[in-house]
Structure formats: structure tokens, C-alpha cells
Write a protein that binds this ligand. Sequence first.
Ligand code: NAP
Ligand code: ZN
Ligand code: ZN
Length: 353
Amino acid sequence: MKTNAHSALDASALLAPSRIQRRDPGDHDVRIEILFCGVCHSDVHTVRNEWHGTTYPCVPGHEIIGRVAKVGAKVGKFKEGDIAGVGCLVDSCRTCASCMANLEQFCEAGAIFTYNSPDKHSGGVTYGGYSESIVVDEAFVLTVPRNLDHAGAAPLLCAGITTYSPLKHNNVSKGQKVGVVGLGGLGHMAVKIAKALGAHVVVFTTSLNKVEDALRLGADEVVHSKDEAAMKKHLNSCHFILDTVAGKHDINAYLVLLRRDGTLTQVGVPSEPLAVDVSNLIFGRRNFSGSLIGGLKETQEMLDFCGAHNITSDIELIPIQKVNEAYDRLVKGDVKYRFVIDMASLKQASALA
Ligand code: NAP
Ligand code: ZN
Ligand code: ZN
């Protein structure tokens, strides 16, 4: 069936209304009418081809919450009317060592991401959540805790899991000092989740106007990262630092804040390489690592954790007609703290057309 969407035709184009094909649900598929879709900075990097791998037309969106509209004959986990989530992954080989270890994001045959990945069904590329509906194998569809606000829960599907996974992998626990670099979509989720894990959270921000918010979100301390004296106070003190910064920045300024054997995990993906002064790793035996979203099992675990702790994203709800403006504002750091598209706006616009 054809469904309404917003897509970009090339790297310089704005997102514009389009119609895309969705397959009929197969035996194991779920068709989801999309209610809300978050706007991740990765959407902007991809639409603007900043990572040099975008196939056009591109329909971004991987923070999807919707209502199940149809299920295939063999679907067991969902029924019509359920609220369901889809994150960054829609398929993988399911047999390689990574898939068997519930780490589908590292599938050795190539994970199938929600958009801009090869689509074995259509022969083209996958199209994401800036659309009225999506069809996904139930193995890649998540159950959303009933107590969570639907729009606020959408960003958990990427920003939530991308921050939860490295915090868990690095055994962040009660009393540890955890730094969060960059207070954007990912950063503000990291603050909420690290706090719920019992950590002492320090936010490092380039934006003085976010200090009050950081404290309200749960940070114990906030540091203006351009203030050298304030940065110095945290030398050699952090057990773990999560760096969510989307652009070029000096990683060494944060590596030196790690205590012995501490780890800095990079989740932000600047389009240019970051220069690491290796002496900052050698002295103190510090670790510098990366992390990519999370597998399906851990994504469900994260949703359940957020349900139990009543954690959702702080959002600005926008109609899809404002999405290009939202991209420009996101790049300027002008969002508190995640744009979420109300997909009713797409339905209304197409009904009027
Ligand atoms: P975002 O909302 O734009 O947040 C990024 C924050 O980084 C900004 O709010 C800003 O916080 C800080 N920042 C400092 N210097 C910056 C600079 N030169 N350019 C841009 N930001 C700067 O973005 P997001 O959606 O959280 O995504 C952050 C990054 O993570 C993106 O690169 C995205 O592609 C990537 N990502 C990675 C994964 C993964 O699996 N690894 C998953 C999702 C997204 P302050 O104002 O507080 O300094
Ligand atoms: Zn994302
Ligand atoms: Zn695999």
C-alpha cells in the first residue's frame, strides 16, 4: 500500500511531502499506524549526507511510537490496537554470533536500520518513521510500558537506548561519578538514566543557558566546558563519561577528567575525526570507546526500566510541516530537548490535499 511520508530528494533539499510504498504485512509482520516520531541528530546527518552514505529519496525517523493496525497470521506478541515502538533496527540475519548474543546492531551480515539500509522486501532502501505507517517483523517491534506518555516515550527508541546501553555496559552504579558531555537529545536522556542508576551526575555543556535545566533534569553538578578553571576541578575524578556531542570538539579536555581505569564512551558522531592525545590514555590507563544504539533485548529492558522509573524525554511537539525549521534549530542547539513530530499533522495535511 502507498502511505504518506516526508522525504528528502538530495543532500541540499528540504524534506517535502511524498508517497512511499509499504509492503502488505507477512505472517510475522506488524503494520503500525505511526502516532509520534522523534527527530534525532542522526536524521539530520543522514538527510544532509554528512556521513557520505545516503541513498535518496531518504525518509528518516527511528524513534517511532504507533498503534498496531494489522498483524500477520503468525504474530504472537501484538494485537490490533496495541501501542508499539520501533527504534533504529528493523531486521538482521538472526544467526551470526552478534545476533545470537542479542547484539543485532552489530550483525555480521549487516544490520538493517530503520532507514537508509537495503530493504530485502522492496529491493530499495528502508524508509523510516516520518510517515503514516510502517511494516516491521514483530521480532523488531517493542512493547511500550502503559504508564509512559506516548510522545515523550518516542525518543527512548534511539536516545534512550543509545545512552542506557553504554551506562549498563560500563556497570555504572550507585555513588559513581558520571560525566555527560552535551545536553541535547541523547545527553538529557543520559542524565535521567544515570541518575536513576544512582550515579552522581555531572553535565558538561557549552551552553550557559542550559545550567538550570540540567539541574532540573537531575544533574548534581553542571560545568560550563569553556571555563578552564571549572573543568580543572574535575581532573582525574570521573568513573565514566558519556560524550554525546554531534560536532567537532576537543576530546582530550574530557579524557583527563577520567580517574585511573575510567572509560569515556563516545556516542556522538561528528563528521570529522577527533584527535586523541594518547598520553591521556596511557597515563591513568584510561579507556576511550564507542557504542552503537543497543540490541532488541536491551531496548526492551530499557523501556521497562523507563516505565518503572517513569522516565520519558522532555519534548517539543511539532507538526511535520515544521520539520525543516526543527532541523535548523537542532543544529543550533535550540531544542529542549527533543523534537517529536505529531504524525496526526501528516494525516491532516494529506486529507486536505
Ligand atoms: P543534539 O540534540 O543536537 O545534541 C548534541 C549536543 O552536543 C548539543 O545539544 C550540544 O550540547 C552539544 N554540542 C557541543 N558542541 C557541539 C557541536 N560543535 N556541534 C553539535 N553539538 C554540540 O543531538 P543528539 O540527537 O543528542 O545526537 C548527538 C549525536 O549522537 C549525533 O552525532 C548523533 O548522530 C549521534 N547518535 C549516535 C548514536 C549511536 O548509536 N552512537 C545514536 C543516536 C545518535 P551543549 O549545548 O550542552 O553543549
Ligand atoms: Zn537516533
Ligand atoms: Zn546477524
